[in-house]
Design a protein around this ligand. Structure first.
Ligand SMILES: NC(=O)c1ccc[n+]([C@@H]2O[C@H](COP(=O)([O-])OP(=O)(O)OC[C@H]3O[C@@H](n4cnc5c(N)ncnc54)[C@H](O)[C@@H]3O)[C@@H](O)[C@H]2O)c1
Length: 256
Protein backbone atom coordinates (compact mmCIF):
# COMPACT_ATOMS: atom_id res chain seq x y z
CA UNK A 1 0.00 0.00 0.00
CA UNK A 2 1.15 3.51 -0.83
CA UNK A 3 1.76 5.72 2.21
CA UNK A 4 -0.82 8.24 0.90
CA UNK A 5 -3.50 5.52 1.01
CA UNK A 6 -2.86 4.79 4.68
CA UNK A 7 -4.76 7.87 5.87
CA UNK A 8 -6.96 8.49 2.85
CA UNK A 9 -10.74 8.42 3.35
CA UNK A 10 -11.60 8.58 -0.35
CA UNK A 11 -14.70 6.53 -1.09
CA UNK A 12 -15.64 6.24 2.60
CA UNK A 13 -19.10 7.21 3.78
CA UNK A 14 -18.81 8.70 7.25
CA UNK A 15 -21.81 9.22 9.54
CA UNK A 16 -21.20 11.81 12.28
CA UNK A 17 -23.89 12.35 14.93
CA UNK A 18 -24.42 15.76 16.55
CA UNK A 19 -22.59 17.40 13.65
CA UNK A 20 -24.41 20.74 13.36
CA UNK A 21 -21.77 22.51 15.47
CA UNK A 22 -18.74 22.09 17.70
CA UNK A 23 -16.55 19.01 17.55
CA UNK A 24 -18.88 17.14 15.15
CA UNK A 25 -18.74 19.96 12.61
CA UNK A 26 -14.96 20.31 12.87
CA UNK A 27 -14.49 16.56 12.47
CA UNK A 28 -16.79 16.67 9.42
CA UNK A 29 -14.51 19.28 7.82
CA UNK A 30 -11.38 17.33 8.73
CA UNK A 31 -12.60 13.95 7.54
CA UNK A 32 -13.93 15.50 4.32
CA UNK A 33 -10.50 17.04 3.70
CA UNK A 34 -9.13 13.48 3.88
CA UNK A 35 -11.63 12.46 1.19
CA UNK A 36 -14.71 11.31 3.10
CA UNK A 37 -18.30 11.61 1.90
CA UNK A 38 -20.26 13.11 4.82
CA UNK A 39 -23.51 11.83 6.30
CA UNK A 40 -24.38 14.33 9.00
CA UNK A 41 -26.89 13.95 11.82
CA UNK A 42 -28.19 16.34 14.44
CA UNK A 43 -31.29 16.83 16.54
CA UNK A 44 -31.54 20.42 15.34
CA UNK A 45 -32.65 20.03 11.70
CA UNK A 46 -32.55 23.72 10.78
CA UNK A 47 -29.03 24.17 12.12
CA UNK A 48 -27.96 20.95 10.42
CA UNK A 49 -29.28 22.20 7.06
CA UNK A 50 -27.35 25.47 7.45
CA UNK A 51 -24.19 23.56 8.39
CA UNK A 52 -24.60 21.22 5.41
CA UNK A 53 -25.08 24.17 3.04
CA UNK A 54 -21.88 25.80 4.33
CA UNK A 55 -19.92 22.56 3.94
CA UNK A 56 -21.25 22.02 0.40
CA UNK A 57 -20.14 25.56 -0.47
CA UNK A 58 -16.66 24.51 0.69
CA UNK A 59 -16.78 21.55 -1.72
CA UNK A 60 -17.82 18.74 0.64
CA UNK A 61 -20.26 16.01 -0.37
CA UNK A 62 -22.96 16.04 2.32
CA UNK A 63 -26.18 14.15 3.04
CA UNK A 64 -28.17 15.08 6.14
CA UNK A 65 -30.34 13.00 8.45
CA UNK A 66 -31.93 14.87 11.35
CA UNK A 67 -33.01 12.55 14.14
CA UNK A 68 -32.74 12.08 17.87
CA UNK A 69 -29.91 9.60 18.48
CA UNK A 70 -31.51 8.59 21.78
CA UNK A 71 -34.78 7.43 20.16
CA UNK A 72 -34.61 3.88 18.85
CA UNK A 73 -37.25 4.21 16.10
CA UNK A 74 -35.71 7.46 14.75
CA UNK A 75 -32.23 5.90 14.70
CA UNK A 76 -33.44 2.79 12.88
CA UNK A 77 -35.34 4.71 10.21
CA UNK A 78 -32.65 7.41 9.84
CA UNK A 79 -29.83 4.91 9.29
CA UNK A 80 -32.03 2.78 6.99
CA UNK A 81 -32.71 5.81 4.78
CA UNK A 82 -29.01 6.72 4.55
CA UNK A 83 -28.15 3.14 3.57
CA UNK A 84 -31.04 2.83 1.11
CA UNK A 85 -30.09 6.05 -0.65
CA UNK A 86 -26.31 5.64 -0.72
CA UNK A 87 -25.20 2.20 0.44
CA UNK A 88 -23.49 1.01 3.61
CA UNK A 89 -21.82 3.31 6.10
CA UNK A 90 -18.05 2.81 6.36
CA UNK A 91 -17.28 4.96 9.39
CA UNK A 92 -19.51 5.93 12.33
CA UNK A 93 -18.55 8.78 14.65
CA UNK A 94 -20.76 8.72 17.78
CA UNK A 95 -20.33 12.37 18.72
CA UNK A 96 -23.71 13.71 19.92
CA UNK A 97 -23.60 14.58 23.59
CA UNK A 98 -25.10 16.82 26.27
CA UNK A 99 -24.45 18.03 29.81
CA UNK A 100 -27.04 18.46 32.60
CA UNK A 101 -24.97 19.58 35.60
CA UNK A 102 -26.27 19.23 39.18
CA UNK A 103 -24.95 18.13 42.59
CA UNK A 104 -25.23 14.36 42.88
CA UNK A 105 -27.38 14.42 46.03
CA UNK A 106 -30.04 16.53 44.34
CA UNK A 107 -29.66 15.52 40.70
CA UNK A 108 -33.12 15.03 39.17
CA UNK A 109 -33.64 11.59 37.67
CA UNK A 110 -34.51 13.24 34.35
CA UNK A 111 -31.05 14.87 34.21
CA UNK A 112 -29.41 11.53 34.96
CA UNK A 113 -31.51 9.72 32.37
CA UNK A 114 -31.16 12.34 29.63
CA UNK A 115 -27.37 12.27 29.83
CA UNK A 116 -27.22 8.47 29.92
CA UNK A 117 -29.60 8.32 26.94
CA UNK A 118 -27.78 10.83 24.72
CA UNK A 119 -24.16 10.13 25.74
CA UNK A 120 -24.24 6.35 26.12
CA UNK A 121 -27.41 4.60 24.91
CA UNK A 122 -27.28 6.53 21.63
CA UNK A 123 -23.87 5.04 20.80
CA UNK A 124 -25.34 1.57 21.30
CA UNK A 125 -28.42 2.39 19.20
CA UNK A 126 -26.59 3.97 16.27
CA UNK A 127 -23.81 1.38 16.23
CA UNK A 128 -26.37 -1.44 16.39
CA UNK A 129 -28.17 0.06 13.40
CA UNK A 130 -24.97 0.58 11.37
CA UNK A 131 -23.12 -2.64 12.27
CA UNK A 132 -25.07 -5.10 10.06
CA UNK A 133 -24.00 -3.12 6.96
CA UNK A 134 -20.39 -3.09 8.15
CA UNK A 135 -20.53 -6.81 8.91
CA UNK A 136 -21.87 -7.51 5.42
CA UNK A 137 -18.96 -5.49 3.94
CA UNK A 138 -16.43 -7.08 6.30
CA UNK A 139 -15.10 -3.59 7.13
CA UNK A 140 -16.00 -0.74 9.44
CA UNK A 141 -14.71 1.91 11.81
CA UNK A 142 -16.52 3.20 14.87
CA UNK A 143 -15.23 6.22 16.78
CA UNK A 144 -16.91 7.01 20.10
CA UNK A 145 -16.38 10.51 21.53
CA UNK A 146 -15.02 9.82 24.99
CA UNK A 147 -13.77 12.31 27.58
CA UNK A 148 -11.43 12.99 30.50
CA UNK A 149 -14.48 11.79 32.45
CA UNK A 150 -13.95 8.24 31.17
CA UNK A 151 -11.14 8.24 33.74
CA UNK A 152 -11.70 11.12 36.17
CA UNK A 153 -14.74 12.51 37.98
CA UNK A 154 -15.57 16.10 38.92
CA UNK A 155 -18.35 17.53 41.07
CA UNK A 156 -21.79 18.08 39.49
CA UNK A 157 -21.31 15.79 36.49
CA UNK A 158 -21.91 12.30 37.92
CA UNK A 159 -24.35 11.55 35.09
CA UNK A 160 -21.80 12.60 32.44
CA UNK A 161 -18.93 10.70 34.10
CA UNK A 162 -21.05 7.56 34.42
CA UNK A 163 -22.09 7.81 30.77
CA UNK A 164 -18.57 8.42 29.46
CA UNK A 165 -17.13 5.68 31.68
CA UNK A 166 -19.77 3.37 30.24
CA UNK A 167 -18.92 4.51 26.72
CA UNK A 168 -15.30 3.47 27.26
CA UNK A 169 -16.47 -0.05 28.17
CA UNK A 170 -19.02 -0.11 25.35
CA UNK A 171 -16.11 0.70 23.01
CA UNK A 172 -14.23 -2.33 24.31
CA UNK A 173 -17.35 -4.50 24.00
CA UNK A 174 -17.79 -3.41 20.37
CA UNK A 175 -14.15 -4.24 19.66
CA UNK A 176 -14.39 -7.65 21.31
CA UNK A 177 -17.60 -8.65 19.51
CA UNK A 178 -16.98 -7.13 16.10
CA UNK A 179 -13.22 -7.47 15.51
CA UNK A 180 -13.91 -10.78 13.77
CA UNK A 181 -15.90 -8.82 11.18
CA UNK A 182 -12.94 -6.49 10.57
CA UNK A 183 -14.62 -3.66 12.47
CA UNK A 184 -12.44 -1.44 14.64
CA UNK A 185 -14.12 0.49 17.48
CA UNK A 186 -12.03 3.04 19.33
CA UNK A 187 -12.64 6.05 21.53
CA UNK A 188 -11.42 9.57 20.87
CA UNK A 189 -10.95 11.32 24.21
CA UNK A 190 -10.70 15.11 24.08
CA UNK A 191 -9.34 17.17 26.93
CA UNK A 192 -11.13 20.46 27.59
CA UNK A 193 -11.98 22.05 24.24
CA UNK A 194 -13.59 25.39 23.53
CA UNK A 195 -17.08 24.71 22.16
CA UNK A 196 -20.67 25.68 22.95
CA UNK A 197 -20.69 22.89 25.56
CA UNK A 198 -17.85 24.52 27.53
CA UNK A 199 -18.64 28.20 26.79
CA UNK A 200 -19.91 28.96 30.30
CA UNK A 201 -16.92 27.19 31.89
CA UNK A 202 -14.43 29.12 29.76
CA UNK A 203 -16.14 32.40 30.68
CA UNK A 204 -15.64 31.67 34.40
CA UNK A 205 -12.19 33.07 35.32
CA UNK A 206 -11.76 30.53 38.15
CA UNK A 207 -12.51 27.53 35.94
CA UNK A 208 -10.54 28.98 33.03
CA UNK A 209 -7.51 29.46 35.30
CA UNK A 210 -7.90 25.94 36.69
CA UNK A 211 -7.96 24.42 33.19
CA UNK A 212 -4.88 26.35 32.06
CA UNK A 213 -3.03 25.31 35.22
CA UNK A 214 -4.24 21.70 35.18
CA UNK A 215 -3.42 21.10 31.49
CA UNK A 216 0.35 20.70 30.91
CA UNK A 217 -0.02 22.39 27.49
CA UNK A 218 -1.27 25.44 29.41
CA UNK A 219 -4.27 26.09 27.18
CA UNK A 220 -7.75 24.95 26.19
CA UNK A 221 -7.90 22.69 23.17
CA UNK A 222 -9.65 23.61 19.94
CA UNK A 223 -11.87 21.11 18.07
CA UNK A 224 -9.26 21.18 15.28
CA UNK A 225 -6.78 19.56 17.68
CA UNK A 226 -8.78 16.32 17.21
CA UNK A 227 -8.65 16.09 13.42
CA UNK A 228 -5.37 14.18 13.13
CA UNK A 229 -6.46 11.52 15.62
CA UNK A 230 -9.92 11.24 14.03
CA UNK A 231 -8.49 10.75 10.53
CA UNK A 232 -6.16 8.09 11.94
CA UNK A 233 -8.99 6.23 13.70
CA UNK A 234 -11.18 6.38 10.56
CA UNK A 235 -8.44 5.21 8.20
CA UNK A 236 -6.55 2.07 7.21
CA UNK A 237 -3.69 3.35 9.38
CA UNK A 238 -5.54 2.12 12.49
CA UNK A 239 -6.62 -1.30 11.18
CA UNK A 240 -4.98 -3.26 14.04
CA UNK A 241 -6.03 -0.82 16.77
CA UNK A 242 -9.20 -1.85 18.54
CA UNK A 243 -10.96 -1.10 21.81
CA UNK A 244 -8.63 1.75 22.80
CA UNK A 245 -9.30 5.33 23.81
CA UNK A 246 -6.93 7.80 22.17
CA UNK A 247 -6.72 10.83 24.46
CA UNK A 248 -5.98 14.22 22.92
CA UNK A 249 -5.76 16.34 26.04
CA UNK A 250 -2.62 18.50 26.10
CA UNK A 251 -1.19 16.04 28.62
CA UNK A 252 -3.94 16.43 31.23
CA UNK A 253 -4.35 12.74 32.05
CA UNK A 254 -0.59 12.32 32.44
CA UNK A 255 -0.42 14.92 35.21
CA UNK A 256 -1.51 14.83 38.84
N1 LIG B 1 -16.14 20.29 24.35
C1 LIG B 1 -15.37 19.54 25.12
O1 LIG B 1 -14.49 20.04 25.83
C2 LIG B 1 -15.53 18.04 25.12
C3 LIG B 1 -14.61 17.30 25.86
C4 LIG B 1 -14.72 15.91 25.89
C5 LIG B 1 -15.74 15.30 25.17
N2 LIG B 1 -16.63 16.04 24.47
C6 LIG B 1 -17.68 15.30 23.74
O2 LIG B 1 -17.65 15.65 22.37
C7 LIG B 1 -18.96 15.55 21.82
C8 LIG B 1 -19.32 16.85 21.13
O3 LIG B 1 -19.24 17.90 22.07
P1 LIG B 1 -19.29 19.46 21.66
O4 LIG B 1 -18.43 20.17 22.63
O5 LIG B 1 -19.05 19.62 20.21
O6 LIG B 1 -20.82 19.79 22.04
P2 LIG B 1 -21.85 20.80 21.38
O7 LIG B 1 -22.88 21.03 22.42
O8 LIG B 1 -21.16 21.98 20.79
O9 LIG B 1 -22.47 19.94 20.17
C9 LIG B 1 -23.23 18.79 20.40
C10 LIG B 1 -24.17 18.57 19.23
O10 LIG B 1 -24.93 17.38 19.50
C11 LIG B 1 -26.27 17.63 19.13
N3 LIG B 1 -27.17 16.76 19.89
C12 LIG B 1 -27.48 16.84 21.21
N4 LIG B 1 -28.38 15.91 21.54
C13 LIG B 1 -28.64 15.21 20.41
C14 LIG B 1 -29.50 14.13 20.11
N5 LIG B 1 -30.29 13.58 21.05
N6 LIG B 1 -29.53 13.65 18.84
C15 LIG B 1 -28.75 14.21 17.88
N7 LIG B 1 -27.93 15.25 18.10
C16 LIG B 1 -27.88 15.74 19.35
C17 LIG B 1 -26.50 19.11 19.45
O11 LIG B 1 -27.63 19.64 18.76
C18 LIG B 1 -25.17 19.72 19.03
O12 LIG B 1 -25.19 20.12 17.67
C19 LIG B 1 -19.88 15.18 23.01
O13 LIG B 1 -20.06 13.77 23.03
C20 LIG B 1 -19.08 15.62 24.21
O14 LIG B 1 -19.44 14.91 25.37
C21 LIG B 1 -16.56 17.40 24.43
Amino acid sequence: MEFADLFSLHGRRVLITGAAQGIGLTLARGLAAAGAELLLNDLDGAKLDATAAALRAEGCTVTTAAFNVARESEVVSGVARLEREGGPIDVLVNNAGIHRRAPLESMPLENWQAVLDVNLTSAFLVARAVAPGMIACRAGKIINLCSMNCELARPNIANYAAAKGGLKMLTRAMAVEWAKHNIQANGLGPGYLLTEMTRALAADPVFDGWIRGRTPAGRWGEPGDLIGAAVFLASTGSDFMNGQVLYVDGGLLAAL
